[in-house]
Write a protein that binds this ligand. Structure first.
Ligand code: ADP
Length: 169
């Protein structure tokens, strides 16, 4: 099941929230900064032990002071116009997050809109990739995981909602 909700991902009481992290995993702006602030300094300590993360991959830590039990740090691509494997790398960031979630017995997971902020990936294209990757994965694994797409703005919420409704699973 995949659903869109509007809000602040740091407030969600789910098994895992996904962070739109960068390769260093040492914190940044946007949703990454918000997650680190809400989780407290222990999150950065935990991230320091992970040795970074490749673009398209994901790594897990506890959620510390967050309502969520875990944080899955996923690294999406920077948008360079679409000819540098951006679609495949974005899809991989979602898929790897779901694989890591499954390995850790996670039943509910919330994603921000990876790469569509500072990294500049167009929201419509990114949302279609996110939704098809998640649906394919759940189908393949016969998984009943609850997956939430968290839109931070009303505009993003409407775009994601329309894509979900246009092509219902
Ligand atoms: P990236 O570098 O991967 O583009 P950003 O953090 O800049 O990551 O943006 C990713 C998305 O996260 C954007 O849509 C941004 O509006 C959104 N975002 C920022 N803060 C939050 C938050 N607290 N909860 C949910 N989404 C957020």
């Amino acid at each position: 099941m995949v659903k869109v909700i509007r809000g602040d991902i740091t407030q969600l009481k789910v098994d895992a929230i996904v962070n739109a992290a960068n390769n260093t995993l040492l914190g940044g702006g946007g949703v990454d900064g918000a997650i680190h602030r809400a989780a407290g300094p222990e999150l950065l300590q935990a991230c320091r032990t992970l040795g970074g993360c490749r673009t398209g991959d994901a790594k897990i830590t506890p959620g510390f002071a967050l309502p969520a039990t875990y944080v899955i740090h996923a690294v999406g691509p920077v948008w360079h116009g679409g000819k540098q494997e951006e679609d495949a790398l974005l899809s991989s960031a979602y898929r790897r997050s779901l694989e890591v979630a499954r390995e850790n017995g996670i039943h509910s997971i919330a994603f921000p809109s990876i790469s569509t902020g500072a990294y500049g990936f167009p929201i419509d294209r990114a949302s279609k990739i996110a939704i098809s990757t998640i649906r394919d994965y759940l189908h393949e694994c016969k998984s009943v995981m609850e997956v939430f797409l968290v839109a931070f703005s009303e505009g993003d919420f409407q775009i994601i909602k329309q894509i979900l409704e246009r092509d219902p699973a």
